[in-house]
Design a protein around this ligand. Structure first.
Ligand SMILES: [Zn+2]
Length: 450
């Protein structure tokens, strides 16, 4: 019998997510198929999953290595850790004043035009020290982990000049080194037209394509290049120029598309073979069909719609009907979605976009991984997949949207290591607390080998 380093057993529901062999995203009715195993077990060796099955099947094939971890998941849901495929967590300072201004009725675009919005975060980013940025951002990653997230895409985009955007990329790489969560870097030098270029936006596009993108690519950090394609920001033609230049340098396109105005951003994503197009509150029917045909993942950000006090949710049901693969993300950022919580995003997806709990689970795990090009190795419980696993104190995964604003996370395993709870001895006696009275604390265990 093979000895394993981690065995999780007796799960009430074990969600395998039943991945496709080639890692292509799930679409249509596939999104509702979670591959549930009752009395489920997972055998893990090192950072990878060896096998999943029922507890008797797995116990028959595997034994525990001498220093192995065993987790009894009775009355629990065992599922992949969340993947958050669209965030801006590298930022300095928050914008409560602007939030209050919006509550008084001023629009987001009007605040941006008055020098607020992204511009105020750009000023704070440029003035902050590296360490100030890292400390704030690491705390956000801690909160994400405490809510069950294991992998986080992080974009640049508050530097908006050649040096500051390179600094942002290096800091994102530093977050990955310092934090146990896995970080996926995206270059977003085209987050906004910087104020220095307000009267000559095409000159900034020239700077991006001729200097900033080649310099960014030469660092070898960013896997993706993103553009904010929106009225008053970057046009479809400008976005096409930037993303084509990035693709030629090895950075695959992503887009902020059709959020506030229908612009044809989804169609552009399909034309360019983007890995994802995100937001999509005003996507056209043609855009949905084009994305479905090209296999572009729609990353929906209902937390942003909610936080802007809008009703402009993306047409998730129509996308699923048409076969557009759907993922969900927090869009964690200081202007329009100040949240680290994928469970809350799942609640919004179910209650505001009529997604089913099973579809929302697929959209925050396997399809979220597909939006980062990782679904052949991350986002499912299947042999060979990375052992990023969350264990929820719940009889069913439907607890996620049902129990709004709380976390039922009991344990989080990242790369085969137990990250939550940490190695500190429990303070409530020999039995682990099961009532969720205390928030989970982050472990300070050994760093993951990657
Ligand atoms: Zn965004």
């Amino acid at each position: 019998m093979k000895a394993v380093s981690l065995l999780i057993h007796s799960a009430g529901q074990l969600l395998t997510l039943a991945p496709h062999a080639d890692g292509r995203p799930k679409r249509g009715s596939e999104m509702g198929e979670l591959g549930v195993i009752g009395d489920g077990a997972v055998a893990v060796d090192g950072a990878r999953i060896l096998a999943v099955g029922t507890t008797p099947e797995i116990r028959e094939r595997f034994t525990l290595a001498p220093d192995a971890t065993e987790i009894d998941a009775r009355k629990a849901v065992v599922m992949p850790a969340f993947i958050d495929p669209h965030t801006h967590v590298l930022f300095r300072g928050t914008r409560e004043w602007e939030f209050e201004e919006r509550l008084r009725g001023t629009s987001y675009m009007a605040i941006a035009a008055a020098g607020g919005g992204i511009h105020s975060s750009v000023r704070m980013f440029r003035e902050a020290s590296d360490e100030e940025l890292l400390v704030e951002s690491l705390a956000r990653l801690d909160r994400m982990a405490a809510l069950g997230t294991g992998t986080v895409e992080v974009k640049t985009g508050y530097g908006l000049d050649p040096e500051q955007e390179l600094r942002a990329l290096r800091l994102i790489a530093e977050l990955d080194r310092r934090h146990p969560l896995q970080i996926v870097p995206t270059y977003l030098g085209a987050h906004e037209v910087p104020q220095e270029f307000r009267d000559s936006p095409d000159a900034y596009v020239d700077l991006l394509t001729e200097r900033m993108l080649p310099e960014a690519a030469s660092l070898g950090i960013a896997r993706f290049c993103d553009v904010f394609c929106e009225k008053g920001v970057f046009s479809v033609a400008q976005s096409r120029r930037i993303l084509a230049a990035a693709a030629a340098l090895g950075m695959r396109p992503k887009l902020h598309a059709d959020e506030i105005e229908p612009m044809g951003g989804a169609e552009l994503a399909a034309e360019l073979g983007a890995i994802s197009a995100d937001h999509l509150g005003r996507i056209s029917e043609e855009g949905m069909l084009a994305m479905a045909a090209a296999g572009v993942v729609a990353v929906l950000l209902p937390g942003t719609v909610f936080s802007l006090g809008s009703r402009n949710y993306a047409p998730a049901r129509r996308m699923i009907e048409l076969g557009t693969p759907v993922a969900l993300a927090t869009d964690c950022n200081p202007g329009s979605s100040m949240t680290e919580s994928q469970p809350w995003i799942i609640a919004l997806a179910c209650l505001q976009m009529a997604m089913t709990p099973a579809e929302a689970v697929t959209a925050t795990t396997y399809n979220a991984s597909a939006a980062l090009g990782l679904a052949d190795q991350l986002g499912a419980l299947s042999p060979g997949y990375r052992a990023d696993i969350q264990i929820l104190d719940a009889p069913s995964y439907a607890r996620l949207p049902y129990h709004v604003g709380s976390s039922d996370l009991r344990q989080l395993v990242i790369g085969g290591n137990l990250l939550i709870p940490g190695p500190e001895p429990p303070t409530l006696g020999p039995e682990p607390p099961t009532l969720g009275l205390e928030p989970p604390t982050l472990g300070r265990g050994p760093r993951l080998a990657r």
